[in-house]
Design a binder for this molecule. Sequence first.
Ligand SMILES: Cc1cc2nc3c(=O)[nH]c(=O)nc-3n(C[C@H](O)[C@H](O)[C@H](O)COP(=O)(O)OP(=O)(O)OC[C@H]3O[C@@H](n4cnc5c(N)ncnc54)[C@H](O)[C@@H]3O)c2cc1C
Length: 364
Amino acid sequence: MSTVVIVGAGVTGMVTAMECALAGHRVTLLDRGPIPNPASTSADQHRALRVQRPGDPVLTAQMTDARKRWLGLESVLGTDFLRLVGIVTAWPADDATGEIVELPPVLFPSGTVGVLDPDAGVLLADKFLHAAAHWLAEHPAVSVRAECPVRFVADHWVSLSDGTALGADLVAVAAGPWSRDLVDVPVALFRQTMAYLRPPADLASWWETAPGVGGVGADGRAWLLPPGDGTLLKISSDAVCRKVESTAEGELETWGDWLPARPRRTGRPISESPAHPVTPPRTGRMPALPWAERLLAEPILSDMDRYTVVAVRECHYAAAPDTGGPLLLHPKPGLWVRPSCGGSGFAAAPLVANTIVEAMEATA
Ligand SMILES: Cc1cc2nc3c(=O)[nH]c(=O)nc-3n(C[C@H](O)[C@H](O)[C@H](O)COP(=O)(O)OP(=O)(O)OC[C@H]3O[C@@H](n4cnc5c(N)ncnc54)[C@H](O)[C@@H]3O)c2cc1C
């Protein structure tokens, strides 16, 4: 049995902790906030799991593996959190291969058709995080420590903010966009606006079984995740994604009634979280929010006026500055870091966990 200290209890930390415990290792999982932490990048109603990557057989094989691992995690937790509704991507009509589907409530850019990725789906992010937190808290080989900020990481050990040190065979830093506060790596930080909508009553049942959609909007960079299992319809676009220097830069555009749907283990309001200083959500009529207004003006849905905007939220993600993609680093023999996670970082978390389990085996 080897020991691992995992810094950060977002999806990367949680899945890694589960896989390490299942492989027979002793795990300490730390987060500076509650676990799960509503201020983490992972905390949200849903995240897309795309499998088919046209022209990229390696990534397609990796995401097929990730999907299989998510189904395995469902079995371990005894909870369904992967909605296999497929994802439809707008594709040039004269170049489209695969099953073409029509989705009347969705606007596809002119000259494109919707191609279905039947293996794709929607991960119910918050539902997974809460189930995993519960499983980890009950596991005899796992020590879960919330409200435990890490100040410093090094080869085989971490230093906590109270001055104590924890040693382990392996340290895994899974602190999302905040990893760069602990490890000196170049990571680009982005902020993106998302809007949560309630469909009109006459379309509610259509949306309950609808797939996710990508490649839509004015410049083909918008996407939506369908409502279902208690979640709302979420829309966003890379057109409202901008580079920021830190998660604390400027004031976040948050509005609406989305917090009650996100149960928390401790009573600390999100506005007080040191990880994510935000303006408390406001309800009533949506105030002037420039990024949200720009998003809501995107041609994503026909009859957009008939949808109720329930909430607006902003979220950060980190990416490798050169490729914009994911990054998993191994700077020291006993130190792994996932400082940046790209746009598929949630779905790919089991692949990171598997790499770290393999590193644990090598350590043993
Ligand atoms: C708008 C948007 C849409 C996205 N859509 C998708 C999608 O559809 N599909 C997909 O797969 N991915 C998507 N992603 C990416 C995905 O959400 C992230 O890649 C993923 O959630 C990152 O998880 P993580 O566990 O690595 O980091 P996080 O979830 O950010 O977790 C990091 C944790 O570390 C803790 N922490 C930080 N510093 C410290 C410290 N010093 N000490 C202790 N704890 C610390 C934090 O409190 C936090 O809980 C999206 C991201 C954004 C922003």
